[in-house]
Design a protein around this ligand. Sequence first.
Ligand code: ADP
Length: 219
Amino acid sequence: MEAETGIIENANGSARFKIGKTEAIAAVYGPSEVKPKHLEKVDRGIILCKYDMMPFSVPDRAKPGIDRRDMEIGEVITNALNRAVLLEEMPRSMIAVNVYVSQADAGTRCASLTAASMACADAGLPMRDLVASVAGGKIGDSICLDLTKEEEDFHEAAATDVPMGFLPSKNEIVLLQLDGKVTREDLRKIIEIGKMGAARIYELEKKALKRRFLNESKT
Ligand code: ADP
């Protein structure tokens, strides 16, 4: 895994997160005036997140432009960030989050959410916690963490994919989706292994942010 922040000069906050062969880059703009105006909330800020895969992120060239899958992923990232960022401290304002996947080998929504939360922290937004996100699942009889595309597509063994997002220091789940079939007991095991993975990601996120702010205070 690799994590770094402050990678984009022209954004208020930015980050890159790589896990295996999946890599996401996030840029955060704001807080700024809400556009379009009708989305404005008098008592809190709003987050608008756009997710996109770069054409060269997959072997067969991803079609440019936002499709239904991109919209769904933008929505689940927004929902998770809504729980992490203290939006009540920024009424009538908007945070724009743009996430781009530069390399996709499954788990892009998780890598994107992790990068987006680091970018929010890098932008100096008040937050309850960082989000650490990873997918777990089941291949055949094995409970697994961070499945690759090949593992996810392993249909003979009916692979199950469970993207998860945590606020580690609050012990809260802010993203939980399920693709496939799973028993209640296996889901519990997948969440447990997800929590363990998230704890490692969380340490890396904090290290990346500390590195950035220590470097800045030196210059
Ligand atoms: P996630 O990336 O969060 O696991 P999906 O389950 O929808 O979300 O996608 C799984 C994987 O399928 C992606 O990470 C990527 O490797 C591949 N994939 C998704 N969309 C495309 C596409 N348009 N072209 C090629 N591969 C894709």
